[in-house]
Ligand binder design. Structure first.
Ligand SMILES: [Zn+2]
Length: 105
């Protein structure tokens, strides 16, 4: 497996990360919140993650998500996805990667 953790965002603090994310989403004209998804397999190594959940639909090229979907996956692909009021920092790397892709593309 290729190591994907060493992206440019790896050195940013959580606050920086959130600021950058907010800017990105603002540029895209998309509202978002943070949602927590439990892991379907509650093993110690696979705890739930905080995802970027869209408040407004997005479409960019072939990429499409409805309101209520996470950036990484549509809502129906989650076992559960609950919004977390007050949560700011997504821990889902796939969501973050997708946000960067959207911002750069
Ligand atoms: Zn995600």
């Amino acid at each position: 497996m290729v190591e994907l953790n060493k992206t440019s965002s790896a050195n940013l603090s959580e606050e920086d990360l959130f600021l950058r994310l907010s800017e990105t989403m603002e540029k895209l004209g998309v509202e978002f919140s943070i949602g927590y998804a439990y892991s379907p397999r509650p093993a110690a190594w696979s705890r739930g993650r905080h995802h970027i959940v869209l408040e407004t639909p997005i479409q960019k090229g072939r990429y499409r998500r409805k309101a209520g979907d996470a950036l990484c996956k549509p809502a129906e692909k989650f076992w559960s996805l609950e919004s977390v009021p007050g949560a700011k920092v997504p821990t889902c790397k796939e969501c973050l990667r997708r946000a960067e892709l959207l911002a750069s593309g």
